[in-house]
Ligand binder design. Structure first.
Ligand code: P6P
Length: 335
């Protein structure tokens, strides 16, 4: 039986043998993974743990916060603030950045996260997840840390990943040399390497989009989806299947596992809003994972990881997944 490789061993070997990551980043990733285990434990309690339902508060996004949104956010803050590897954190659930308190040593990394993505699925027992992104604090800005330090393009990330809380709890991670998946062994309480060098097929027959918004889409998206729906009698010459979990982590995990294209495009309901999803802690980490697995991610017009953010909670139109399909949709926008 092949010996199980734990997340700890995987990261130690990335550091020691491949010189891929410094020890502080390895420690940060292990702390994030432990926090995800705690969140997974809270999520699986469900109704037994008084964690379901609304918290009765709203977040900076104008969304009603679920109790688990707040629990997950607190778990990540408390797990990461004392370790000495972070200067500050940013979260979908917090308006401003969280600077590591003076009572703890400050480190060189910045951690950004959506503590619990897909919250609308919590109360109906559908997969949800934690998305995280790691940047380095710009040295040029000297001592102290500000929101401006977080406004870096996705191509500056040093680590990115998510943890999906579904039939399995699986951590998916990249540090820039491919994508690896780790499944939580709940008996041992540790993440075990279950897939390395994840690859997204360049073609697919499966698209993911919220079809109820069809009448609001721009023409290039409408054209692409209409051609998929036309099936083998249409211009694509093949039938397509559709999936929409309404949990980005679940839809991206499916695409990393078997291919597909995911679209949450701009639409004319709120023309000044580029899209629904957030650039810094949803599109950028998911985009790096997808690119590292051979896929692509654009906003219809440009590679998302090249976008220079203007604000912490900036939104973006997202088209990601199987490279040939993303390039087709992006080509329709150009045309
Ligand atoms: P809709 C979850 O709230 C989320 O941010 C993503 O995880 C998901 O892909 C999307 O919104 C779902 O949006 O409009 O279909 O509910």
């Amino acid at each position: 039986m092949t010996s199980k490789i734990s997340l700890t061993r995987y990261l130690v070997e990335k550091q020691r043998i491949h010189d891929r990551i410094p020890s502080d980043l390895r420690l940060l990733l292990e702390v994030v993974a432990r926090a995800c285990k705690s969140i997974s434990h809270a999520v699986t309690k469900g109704a037994l743990g008084d964690v379901l339902g609304s918290a009765g508060t709203g977040n900076v996004q104008g969304e009603i916060q679920k109790k688990l949104d707040i629990i997950a956010n607190e778990v990540l803050i408390e797990a990461n603030e004392w370790g000495g590897h972070l200067a500050a954190m940013a979260s979908e659930e917090m308006e401003g950045i969280y600077v590591v308190p003076n009572r703890y040593p400050q480190g060189e990394y910045l951690l950004l996260f959506d503590p619990l993505d897909g919250s609308s699925n919590i109360d109906v027992n559908v997969s949800i997840g934690t998305i995280f992104s790691v940047l380095k604090k710009p040295e040029a800005n000297g001592a102290g840390v500000s929101e401006q330090d977080f406004l870096q393009a996705g191509n500056r990330q040093v680590a990115a990943g998510y943890c999906i809380y579904g039939p399995q709890t699986t951590l998916v991670l990249t540090v820039g040399d491919g994508v690896a998946m780790f499944t939580l062994d709940s008996e041992q309480g540790s993440f075990v390497l279950t897939q390395e060098d994840v690859r997204i097929p360049e073609d697919t027959r499966e698209f993911a989009i919220n079809m109820s918004n069809m009448r609001h889409w721009a023409a290039p998206v409408r054209r692409y989806i209409d051609e998929c729906l036309a099936g083998k009698e249409g211009p694509r010459g093949k039938d397509f299947n559709m999936r929409w979990v309404a949990s980005m982590v679940a839809d991206v995990h499916r695409i990393l596992t078997r291919g597909g294209i995911f679209l949450y495009p701009w639409d004319k309901r709120e023309p000044d809003k580029p899209g629904k999803l957030r650039l810094l802690y949803e599109a950028n980490p998911m985009g790096w994972l997808v690119e590292q697995a051979g896929g692509a991610i654009t906003n219809g017009k440009q590679r998302i990881l090249d976008i220079q953010p203007g604000t912490l909670h900036e939104r973006v139109s997202v088209i990601l997944g199987s490279r040939n399909e993303v390039e087709r949709v992006t080509g329709y926008h150009a045309g």
